[in-house]
Design a protein around this ligand. Structure first.
Ligand code: S3P
Length: 437
């Protein structure tokens, strides 16, 4: 499916974005691992989270849909899973594959995790090595000198807790090891060099796990989990397209209701504010251990900046649209420390730079970053290469383009934000879907 987006001069209105993707995956997994029934509301009904939900069903967990976004997970505890008769397909979802690997490492049977082409090219040694240290047996495929999916996991119900310093700031790796740590016979200690999102730690605590956090050191003791009710806030990574789109265009005014504003996810707000954006978080409250608020954005003129590298981790999924905001700003924006961006669903530095250049942007790529000179864009055809966030970021580029943009290969928007086009239209974009070509 392709998208065409017509040029548009501002965004206005109020919307509620769908549930947080990271929290939705964790809700299903921790619900399945706990004893009793976990009720989840605001679950993200998108392909990535359905891959995790389907995986749990294949492992013998009963999950009932109660109403749109509301599910009941009948937890089986740590020891009630049964082997899947067929490989577990994680599709495009790195979070599904890395988190499920942590669970499967501790289950006393063999499992196979498979994924689409994009997922098969993403690095898995970052979970394979530490899980092996914990006593699990895992095999991947060697591809371009990396260990990649498919993964063959021979679980071990007597895993050893380890003390491990994470070589990259990755919530997926951290969560994988914490999940494996639940099955270990002693404590697991993880040391982070960078504050990656902490939804797993918060949710494990809410489910009654013995987890202790002291600055950058997390200690998890073998624990059993108790089912509970969860309300999932809106996903700031989905809201980000409209936050950036509104912030960069004078006279825009957008309110996004009930969005998760976890301090480890709001890098985009810090970055846009530093560029001069007017963004307020209203009605701040805490729901199920996660900070939530309404985000109000009033558009204005942005200025180029050097983005402090300490904000990179908390804005890691937002860089495609931050590149677009940098084009709307006056002057130069310099970003470094983006190595991890090359390892996402696509190499997001390369795919964004190529597409934006096709629209006339002045953008220079280097190994771990970009230099972007503010400029208006022309219309044209851009390739998202099947990357959902790249596709949605290109849609926002229509706000500074003088002609229509055609975005190729947009089906994967359904992995994280199925009603993106409807909400974008509600805020004023003229955006329509059509068959490829
Ligand atoms: C995620 C963590 C991040 C992020 C991804 C979701 C998660 O990946 O990019 O979209 O839910 O834990 P890394 O942990 O690999 O940085």
């Amino acid at each position: 499916m392709d998208l065409t987006v017509n040029p548009r001069s501002l965004l206005q209105g109020e919307v509620q974005v769908p549930g947080d993707k990271s929290i939705s995956h964790r809700a299903i997994i921790l619900g399945a691992l706990s004893e009793g029934k976990t009720y989840i509301h605001g679950f993200l009904e998108a392909k990535d989270c359905f891959a995790t939900l389907q995986a749990m069903c294949q492992l013998g967990v009963v999950i009932d849909k109660l109403s749109p976004g509301s599910y009941c997970v009948q937890g089986v505890g740590l020891h009630g899973f049964t082997p899947s008769h067929s490989p577990i397909n994680c599709g495009n979802s790195g979070t599904s594959m890395r988190l499920l690997a942590g669970v499967l490492a501790g289950l006393p049977f063999e499992s196979h995790l498979i994924g689409d082409n994009s997922l098969q090219n993403r690095p898995m040694e970052r979970i394979v090595r530490p899980l092996q240290k914990m006593g699990a047996t895992l095999y991947g495929q060697e591809r371009n000198e990396k260990i990649c999916a498919p993964l063959h996991i021979i679980g071990n119900s007597h895993l050893q807790g380890i003390e491990y310093t994470l070589p990259v700031a990755s919530a997926q790796v951290k969560s994988c090891l914490l999940l494996a740590g639940l099955f270990s016979n002693n404590k697991t200690i993880l040391i982070e060099n960078g504050a990656s999102r902490d939804h797993t730690e918060r949710m494990m605590h809410a489910f009654g796990a013995y987890i202790d956090i002291e600055r950058n050191k997390i200690t998890l003791f073998p624990s059993s989990l108790k089912a509970r009710e969860l309300n999932i806030p809106g996903d700031i990574s989905s809201a980000a397209f409209f936050i950036a789109g509104a912030a960069m265009i004078p006279d825009s005014h957008v309110i996004l209701r009930s969005v998760g504003v976890n301090p480890r996810r709001i890098g985009i707000i810090h970055i846009l504010r530093m560029m001069g954006a007017q963004i307020d978080i209203l009605n701040q409250r805490e729901i199920c251990g996660e900070p939530v608020g309404d985000i109000e954005v009033k558009g204005g003129k942005l200025s180029g900046i050097t983005i402090p590298t300490e904000w990179v981790v908390s804005a890691i999924d937002e860089f495609p649209v931050i590149f677009v905001a940098a084009l709307a700003a006056s002057g130069k924006t310099l970003i470094h420390g983006l190595d991890e961006l090359r390892l996402k669903e696509t190499d997001r530095i390369q795919v964004m730079a190529k597409g934006l250049k096709a629209l006339g942007a002045d953008i220079e790529e280097d190994e771990d970053g970009v230099l972007i000179q503010g400029s208006l864009l022309k219309g044209g055809v851009v390739e998202s290469e099947g990357d959902h966030r790249v596709a949605m970021a290109f849609a926002m580029a229509s706000l500074i383009a003088n002609d229509s943009i055609i975005i190729r290969d947009c089906d994967n928007i359904a992995t994280s934000f199925p009603n993106f086009c409807t909400l974008a239209q509600h805020l004023g974009l003229t955006i329509y879907q059509h068959a490829e070509g």
